[in-house]
Design a protein around this ligand. Structure first.
Ligand SMILES: [Zn+2]
Length: 123
């Protein structure tokens, strides 16, 4: 899979300064991280690349300098921090809206999580 650096991510995110959701992806309301709704067809999303760096050590620290948490809609997108460092970048095949996705592995569950890619939050 293609590894994306910050510049490439910014380039992908830039056209979406104004939010636009098409009927195919409008069920994804995810300014912050959300579980992908079970009714959503993941085939609607095309993977563009990954923020994961092959061979990098696992790193679980999150980055919240302004008191946000992982679920905050205004939490910064810091590529080297969790969970961005294990996220893929994908887009809606209909309208090109961009998202970040990763899979959370809990003890007894697997949770597909998604967050809209917001240009202004990439640091
Ligand atoms: Zn769409």
């Amino acid at each position: 899979m293609k590894e994306l650096n910050k510049d490439q991510l910014l380039e992908l995110a830039e056209p979406l300064k104004k939010n636009s959701a098409c009927p195919d992806c409008s069920s994804l309301a995810c300014e912050g991280w959300e579980s992908v709704p079970s009714s959503f067809n993941l085939n609607q999303l095309q993977v563009l690349g990954t923020l994961r760096i092959e061979g990098a050590d696992e790193y679980w620290e999150e980055y919240h300098p302004n008191g946000t948490n992982i679920w905050s809609e205004d939490a910064p997108i810091s590529l080297q921090h969790h969970p961005y460092n294990r996220s893929n970048v994908c887009e809606c095949i209909s309208c090109k809206r961009k998202f970040l996705r990763y899979t959370e592995y809990g003890g007894y569950y697997v949770d597909e999580r998604i967050r809209e890619l917001n240009f202004q939050l990439i640091i």
